[in-house]
Design a binder for this molecule. Structure first.
Ligand SMILES: Nc1nc2c(ncn2[C@@H]2O[C@H](COP(=O)(O)OP(=O)(O)O)[C@@H](O)[C@H]2O)c(=O)[nH]1
Ligand SMILES: [Mg+2]
Length: 500
């Protein structure tokens, strides 16, 4: 299924290259699409200023490289992609790309534009040898709805270009509180021609989730409830495949926890109850001079910056409940931060579908080209395109999934949920599509797939089914048939991007 879409898209672009051979601009565009099909999936992190994008990007990569908070570099789009050696390249709007020095302060990259004004920078490209970047290229975007409309516009132009397909294959959209600007953005992403059926390539993160519970230890539980509410009632269902709460700062700290930090956290955890509660009552109190502590106020300040009061409290609880080593502490903190759940979603929804998402973008690109610059041979290219979209079932699944999510196709709620799952809306593995328990034996797939197939065949043959329903049935039935045919395929989800 997967290879079909990718091979088909490559063949389509090659055919278009022939048709447009005498049009240098079109050739350059098409070559770009071709290269892109063979690169890792591009996932952009988007959201308002200070939503926690750069922090979350670091957490996903597992290294503290992206600069956070203000600075001119946070005003330009920055790509983080896999490379053997660290390298930073500035790509100007006009002129040749040039290398920038790779300088780090406290681990993070000190990205400076070397005199070029931000508005003359198309993007910065950071090549970095981080394992997490092998499967995904991550793109940090400047905040939307920022005080500077020019910065905000730059992000929107990147995510929603007017005349070309988006440069990102998928988007993780961070929101702190459901804000009108957030919804507006998600809606335009969904509706724009280039981002058509954007639902299938967006995930929403309720970011800085630790702040929702005012630093209480159960903050993530409250955040989960808020995220569930957003998903149900907030109009987000039509706009993103899932909404998950993540405490990005804690996640970043957990993935880069140092021995010294572990020692300092252990000292806090080892205090007697009264002293500990007094110390952790507020951020101010935590960093005050205290002769009873070995950890200096500066070190405590740094702990606070890296983990937040919530993270320090949580670490103290874990250390008191029997965690004794840095690695298990780091893992438990990452799990509780919500990062593991997000990585699993990225794996299930994006990485496992990378071929289809990339192919979809190439198809949109060729479609746009055919529409806007017809060539003598356009009809032949259009025919190849049509055959591809009809044949590549993965693309049909994405299209139908988006239609179901956005309510363009109306089905009774339970039926729609069944269809979405079978189409891979909760992950593309056989187990996820058939709602099998995680420990189900491989031979459970056959009977479950057959049952689903019969269920959807009955509906298709029902005299009450209208044309739209029959069309849904056709695609779902094909997904069931593919499950039966691929019974030997792995039961478990696709690649999960955990680091160490
Ligand atoms: N408490 C808390 N603070 C966070 C979290 N994520 C980011 N921050 C802080 O919020 C500020 C903005 O974060 P940044 O990642 O630069 O946001 P961006 O503008 O969206 O890239 C920084 O001071 C971060 O330390 C989080 O999960 N919890
Ligand atoms: Mg940022």
């Amino acid at each position: 299924m997967t290879d079909d879409a990718l091979a088909g898209a490559l063949a389509l672009v090659d055919r278009a290259l022939e048709a447009y051979a005498s049009d240098p601009a079109a050739v350059a565009t098409l070559r770009g699409y071709r290269a892109r099909l063979q690169e890792p999936l591009r996932v952009a992190l988007a959201g308002m200023v200070k939503a926690g994008k750069s922090t979350l990007l670091n957490a996903i990569i597992g290294e503290e490289i992206a600069p956070t908070d203000a600075g001119e570099c946070t005003r330009v789009v920055t790509w983080y992609r896999y490379g053997h050696t660290p390298r930073v390249t500035l790509v100007p709007v006009a002129g040749e790309p040039r290398s920038l020095p790779v300088r780090r302060t406290d681990g993070r990259l000190a990205l400076e534009l070397g005199g070029t004004p931000p508005e003359e920078v198309a993007r910065l490209v950071v090549d970095w040898p981080a394992a997490g970047l092998r499967a995904l290229t991550l793109i940090d975007t400047p905040g939307i709805g920022s005080l500077s409309t020019e910065v905000s516009e730059r992000s929107m132009r990147f995510l929603l270009p007017e005349d070309t397909p988006s440069e990102a294959d998928a988007v993780v959209y961070l929101l702190r509180h459901l804000h009108a600007t957030d919804l507006q953005f998600l809606e335009s992403f969904r509706d724009t021609a280039a981002g058509r059926s954007g639902t299938v390539n967006s995930l929403a993160v309720l970011s800085r989730a630790d702040e929702i519970g005012a630093g209480r230890i159960d903050a993530l539980v409250s955040a989960r409830t808020v995220a569930d509410r957003y998903r149900r009632d907030g109009g987000l269902r039509a706009l993103a495949l899932a909404v998950v709460p993540v405490a990005g700062l804690l996640a970043q700290g957990a993935r880069t926890l140092s021995q010294a930090e572990f020692a300092a956290l252990s000292e806090v955890a080892g205090l007697d109850r009264d002293a500990r509660e007094r110390l952790l009552v507020s951020a101010d109190r935590f960093v005050r001079a205290d002769p009873a502590l070995r950890t200096t106020p500066q070190a405590r300040q740094s702990l606070l910056d890296r983990f937040g009061l919530f993270g320090i409290r949580l670490a103290a609880v874990l250390l008191r409940s029997g965690v004794t080593e840095p690695t298990p502490l780091a893992h438990e903190l990452a799990r509780r931060s919500g990062l593991d759940a997000l990585l699993r979603l990225l794996g299930d929804q994006f990485t496992a579908r990378a071929a289809e998402l990339k192919a979809r973008n190439a198809v949109l690109g060729v479609e746009t080209l055919l529409r806007e610059r017809p060539a003598p041979d356009s009809d032949a290219v259009a025919a190849v395109l049509e055959r591809l979209t009809a044949r590549a079932h993965g693309l049909a699944e994405l299209r139908l999934l988006a239609a179901l999510r956005t309510g363009t196709v109306a089905l009774p709620r339970e039926r729609a949920a069944d269809a979405e799952r079978l189409l891979g809306g909760e992950g593309v593995s056989a187990g996820q599509r058939l709602a099998l328990p995680e420990d189900a034996p491989a031979d459970a797939v056959g009977p479950a797939a057959r049952e689903a197939l019969q269920r959807w065949r009955r509906l298709a043959e029902s005299p009450l089914a209208d044309r739209a329903t029959v069309e849904v049935c056709r695609v779902v039935i094909r997904s069931c048939e593919a499950l039966l045919a691929e019974r030997s395929a792995p039961l478990t989800p696709g690649l999960v991007l955990t680091g160490d």
